[in-house]
Structures are given as structure tokens and as C-alpha cells.
Design a binder for this molecule. Structure first.
Ligand code: ADP
Length: 371
């Protein structure tokens, strides 16, 4: 009976060793700092002979690279003090002839001939680590490159902005001169309108650059929201009337709602959303509304225009859309307005969202904090 049990133990130990031996990954059993068992894959990786490893002077420190000695010492100390630690970790190892490896190590605890031991499997991840390093470097370089491009674009746009502003102002003065012919005034008006359009795009590019470089600054102050809305309504009345669109606002609303935000930027948000509402609506109406909530005001701009198809909704805030992928057919646009708008709303601590459907109009919402 006793003989049978001993025989069974020997047989299962033999099978265990066979299993370990057949693995292509280096496997070991460690008792304290000494290796009780290593497989051939382990010997091949570290270039030691089995008798060298079995010598009582041989310890795990002989295959640990200097940069990982602390880690292995700490794990050993934690093991002795019973502190639990991850069963998977990474280390750097070194072979007898000085070849270095990055290893992914998986360990389990087991009883080895009555002693508490650790069984480990090494996976050589040197190649993966090299690729990871290259990728990190490439990512860093591409970020730096991107920042340089953004800064360059921002500088260039500011130059263009200054020149365009001059052109527009000169053309505007010309269009108002009494002694100029109607022809000249018409040309001057054309220049005013075109340069205004260009300036809008340039301003969007400057804002995007500022946001991307983290240099967008806001000047929050307490102001009356309904006054600003009235102002925006006045501004858009001519273009809406031109297209036969009715502008509706704030029926039965209070005259004073004080918010805490940057008024210039809130005006910019309104202007962007209202220009879009007018641009993408051929007939019907645009309704501006606001609802007071506990900490903020929720503003909505609803139009009866072409709407946005569900598959395009998530793309409307993206800065750079492939021109072949235009979201709204033949309508012109840089596609930067909503990107800037969303960043501005978020910088002010608010939220922006849209409810829309192809052909069913759109409702854009955003929130700003109450004063
Ligand atoms: P764009 O200059 O192209 O109008 P925006 O960033 O302001 O750029 O808007 C992005 C896209 O979102 C638009 O191209 C359009 O497809 C869609 N969009 C925005 N507002 C509306 C709206 N009120 N109705 C329909 N589509 C809209």
C-alpha cells in the first residue's frame, strides 16, 4: 500500500517534470533564491549548464539584470513576509554571456518536497518592448510635429487675419463713400462680404489652434442672458428674413437671468449655432429658448431644416473631416464651427448636445452656469 503511494508520487512528479521540460517557454521552480528545477528552454535562454544551476552557489541574482535587482529583492522580501503581490510582472534578465532580455513573468506558489516554492514561466518580450519603445518615440515625435504645425498655423492665420481685416475695413469705407459710382460700391460690398466669410474661417482656425495648444483663455463675468439673446436675434433678423425664416424667441420668459460666463464667447456660441440653423434651413422657423435649472441655464436652438442623419451625428464635432465625406451635401462650410463651439461650452463648464433627424430639423442644446 505504502509502496503504491510512493510510486504514485514519483510517477506524478515525473509527469510534472516531463510537462515542464516539453514547454518552449523557460520554466523554473525556485526555493528561496536557489533554482530547484529549470527546463531546457530556461538553460538555452541563460546559457548555463544544468550542473552550474544545480550548484549551491548559484542564485537567481545571476540571471537578473542590474535594473531589476531591486524588484526581485523586494518580491523576495514580500514573499517571506507573506505580503501578497501580483502573480505577473516584468523584469530584465541577463544570460551568462551578457545577453539581455525583457521578460514577462507569471508565477504560482507550490509545495516542493515540503518547502514553500515559486514556480515561474518566462515569456521573452524583448521584441515587443523594442517595438513599444519605437512606437512611443514615434508618437512623441508626431505630437511634437503636430504642435509645431498648430503653432505655425496659428501664426500664419493671425497674419492673414490682420491683412483681411484691413482689406475689409478699406472696402467697407469705400462702399460708404458718397462720391463713388454704384459699380464701385457693389464691388466694395462684394469684397466686404467675401473677406467677412474668410475672416470667420480664419477665426475658427485661430480658436482651434488656441484650444489645441491649451491657450484659450476665458474672461467670465456676470451678465444678463436675455439681453445677449435679443442682441443675437437683431443680428440675425436680416439674414433670416431674407430666406423667409421666422425667428422666435423666449415666449413668456423673464427679462433677467444672470449667468457667469465669458459674454464674447457665449455670443460666439450663439452666432455659430444660429448661422448653422439659418444655413441648413430653407423654410420654416428657428426657435431660441432657455430653461432655468438648479445650477445652470439650458439653452436650445431648434430649426426646421435639413436635420442630420443618425450616422453623421457623432461626426459633427470633429475638426478635420475628409472633404469627400461632407456631412451636408452641397452646403459650404469649414466644419470647424461646432468643434470650437463644443470646446468653448466645455471650457465654461457646460454641456452641448443635439437632437436631430434627417429631414426633421435639429435642436442644439447647451448649458451655461448661473451666476
Ligand atoms: P460647417 O462650417 O460645415 O457648418 P460646423 O462645425 O458648424 O461646420 O457644423 C458641422 C456639421 O454639422 C455641418 O457640416 C452640418 O453637416 C452639421 N450641422 C450643424 N448644424 C446643423 C443644423 N442646424 N442643421 C443641420 N446640420 C447641421
Amino acid at each position: 500500500m505504502r509502496y503504491d503511494t510512493e510510486q504514485q508520487i514519483l510517477e506524478s512528479e515525473y509527469q510534472f517534470q516531463e510537462l515542464i521540460e516539453s514547454s518552449k517557454n523557460p520554466i523554473y521552480i525556485l526555493v528561496g533564491r536557489q533554482f530547484a528545477l529549470v527546463n531546457t528552454a530556461w538553460l538555452n535562454m541563460f546559457e548555463f549548464t544544468r550542473s552550474e544551476v544545480e550548484s549551491p552557489d548559484f542564485s537567481i541574482h545571476q540571471i537578473v539584470a542590474p535594473e531589476s535587482l531591486d524588484l526581485i529583492q523586494r518580491r523576495h522580501d514580500n514573499f517571506l513576509s507573506g505580503i501578497s503581490q501580483p502573480f505577473r510582472y516584468e523584469m530584465k534578465a541577463v544570460s551568462k554571456t551578457g545577453k539581455k532580455f525583457d521578460l514577462d513573468v507569471s508565477v504560482t506558489h507550490l509545495n516542493w518536497h515540503g518547502k514553500h516554492a515559486v514556480q515561474g514561466v518566462y515569456r521573452n518580450i524583448t521584441g515587443i518592448k523594442k517595438i513599444e519603445k519605437k512606437l512611443r518615440k514615434a508618437l512623441k515625435e508626431s505630437r511634437e510635429h503636430d504642435q509645431m504645425k498648430t503653432a505655425f498655423l496659428s501664426n500664419l492665420s493671425q497674419e492673414i487675419q490682420a491683412s483681411l481685416t484691413n482689406i475689409r475695413e478699406t472696402a467697407f469705407d469705400l462702399s460708404r463713400k458718397h462720391n463713388e459710382s454704384e459699380n464701385v460700391k457693389e464691388f466694395a460690398n462684394y469684397i466686404v462680404n467675401t473677406s467677412s466669410n474668410l475672416l470667420d474661417h480664419i477665426n475658427d482656425i485661430i480658436d482651434i489652434s488656441k484650444i489645441e495648444m491649451g491657450r484659450m483663455t476665458l474672461n467670465p463675468e456676470k451678465f444678463n442672458l436675455p439681453d445677449l439673446i435679443k442682441d443675437v436675434m437683431q443680428y440675425f433678423l436680416p439674414s433670416a428674413t431674407n430666406k423667409g425664416i421666422e425667428l422666435i424667441c423666449c415666449k413668456k420668459k423673464k427679462n433677467s437671468v444672470y449667468v457667469l460666463a465669458d459674454p464674447t464667447r457665449v455670443r460666439q456660441i450663439f452666432i455659430n449655432m444660429m448661422s448653422n440653423a439659418i444655413k441648413y434651413t430653407e423654410k420654416g422657423k428657428i426657435n431660441i429658448n432657455y430653461v432655468l435649472r438648479q445650477d445652470d441655464v439650458r439653452i436650445s436652438i431648434a430649426d426646421t431644416g435639413i436635420g442630420i442623419a443618425p450616422e453623421k451625428l457623432r461626426k459633427i464635432y470633429e475638426s478635420f473631416i475628409n472633404p469627400n465625406e461632407k456631412l451636408s451635401g452641397d452646403y459650404d462650410g469649414s466644419g470647424l464651427g461646432l468643434t470650437v463651439t463644443r470646446s468653448l461650452v466645455q471650457l465654461m463648464g457646460g454641456k452641448i448636445w443635439v437632437e436631430s433627424n434627417s429631414g426633421g430639423g435639429s435642436i442644439f442644446y447647451f448649458t451655461i452656469p448661473l451666476a
